[in-house]
Design a protein around this ligand. Sequence first.
Ligand code: PRE
Length: 162
Amino acid sequence: DAEETAIALFKTIGERLSYMPDVALYKAKHGLPIEDLAREKIVIEKAKTSAYEAGLDPEYIEDFFVAQISVAKAIQFRCRADLLSQPSAELPKDLNNEIRPHLIRLGDQIIQEIVVHIEKHGSFDRIQFTDFDELIDGKYVTDSDKKLLFEALLKIKKTSES
Ligand SMILES: O=C(O)C(=O)C[C@]1(C(=O)O)C=C[C@@H](O)C=C1
């Protein structure tokens, strides 16, 4: 049913966001800025290519990935703020060799799961926000983060046949 395919996707979106505290810790320890525009370009281009190959409109996927990156940065800023008064003794996972490859893999998985849902059910439905709200959690994720992501998800459609 509609719930099953949507729930698989929502969990993967949540999993991608769950890496952001690790990214924040790595960047704080290395004195790196949170925003990396060159990396964002790579992530978005990859997503658009995968979307096109999967028969999804790359424009909607781009908007959804821009939303995911915005939320990823919001989480990192909140996390980095906390690190100022509560420094972590934890050794951060390596950003380039470990975390970024995971993020790319999860991005591809997100696109595949969007395709499965759209093929079966046409689009997403507002009533699925209840599940989305429950499955996207984490200390640094806010209600407005969730709304931003969900609105972008609602706009995703198949490529129109013309
Ligand atoms: O790769 C990073 O440095 C991240 O912080 C992850 C991410 C993303 O969501 O893909 C988010 C913010 C950066 O500006 C670039 C990419």
